[in-house]
Design a protein around this ligand. Structure first.
Ligand SMILES: [Zn+2]
Length: 282
């Protein structure tokens, strides 16, 4: 099946349902994600971050993603997640990514606008969708001790309106209290803010840092404008735990074939992805 853009996947997905987006860092992740989407008969976004690209090289990462999408029995969008510069975005587009996220959230508003405008022009000329970040969705893994709910990080609804008008992005990732990585304490989503941003932005909203967010909060966020839900941390944790168990267990004694351990990782990733998809489908 040919790869689809994020805009196409959003159009295929009924109102009230989000498009599920799962990050991959290797073949095992991809197999688990695509098998989950196929078993649940749902479109899916497979996405790779700039750190995965730095780790494995963009040619390998793109080729894996393209192969997974072409082989899948469900519609697949291949997205660059948290791209930071025009060069990486241009290369991703050249190598077949069908959606790109540009993350200029560390920049002042005007510079974020300029960077995102340039990426949007490039991507739209190539028929590729664009997601951008406004506000700053922080990462707990870097020593952040609590979710950032202060005004310094969260998205301003008026700025969201202006940002979308100026850049022409297809989807917006706002900072509404979620964080990347593991939560320390109970997750917080500022639903008042999410509602105002959804009203102002006029484009589908993306929830980053959805791993570990309870079911009722995720469901509520979808009723308030979230159309794409990103899951990474829970997949990676399941993958790592399964590998550790396989390597430490009976299998490891005289083993020479890593495929048995990697299959355990595929199974673990698939189970998490299925559970996340079913949160919204049933
Ligand atoms: Zn993210």
């Amino acid at each position: 099946m040919a790869l689809h853009t994020l805009v196409e996947l959003l159009e295929m997905t009924p109102p009230g349902m989000p498009v599920m987006a799962f990050n991959y860092s290797c073949l095992e992740d991809l197999r688990g994600i695509v098998e989950a989407a196929e078993s649940e008969r749902t479109p899916v976004v497979i996405q790779a971050t700039s750190t995965t690209i730095q780790h494995s090289g963009i040619h390998y990462v793109a080729a894996l993603g393209r192969a997974a999408g072409m082989a899948a029995k469900v519609p697949v969008c291949l997205q660059l997640d948290h791209g930071h510069d025009v060069g990486m975005v241009a290369q991703a587009i050249e190598l077949g990514f069908t959606s790109v996220m540009i993350d200029g959230s560390e920049l002042p508003f005007d510079e974020n606008v300029r960077l995102t405008q340039e990426v949007a022009r490039l991507a739209h000329e190539a028929g590729v969708s664009v997601e951008a970040e406004l506000g700053r969705i922080v990462r707990n893994d870097n020593g952040q001790s609590r979710p950032c709910v202060g005004d310094e990080c969260l998205t301003d609804p008026d700025e969201a309106k202006l940002f979308v008008e100026l850049t022409g992005v297809d989807a917006l990732a706002p900072a509404v209290g979620t964080v990347h990585g593991h939560y320390r304490g109970y997750p917080i989503i500022r639903f008042d803010l999410l509602s105002a941003i959804a009203e102002n932005a006029g484009v589908p909203l993306v929830l980053h840092g959805a791993s570990g967010v309870p079911y009722d909060m995720l469901k509520k966020s979808v009723t308030m404008g979230i159309r794409k839900v990103n899951i990474t941390t829970e997949l990676y944790a399941a993958h790592a735990d399964a590998l550790k168990r396989a390597l430490a267990g009976v299998w490891s004694a005289n083993a020479r074939d890593m495929r048995k351990a990697s299959q355990a990782a595929v199974d673990a990733v698939r189970a998490v992805a299925v559970s996340k998809i079913r949160m919204f489908c049933y």
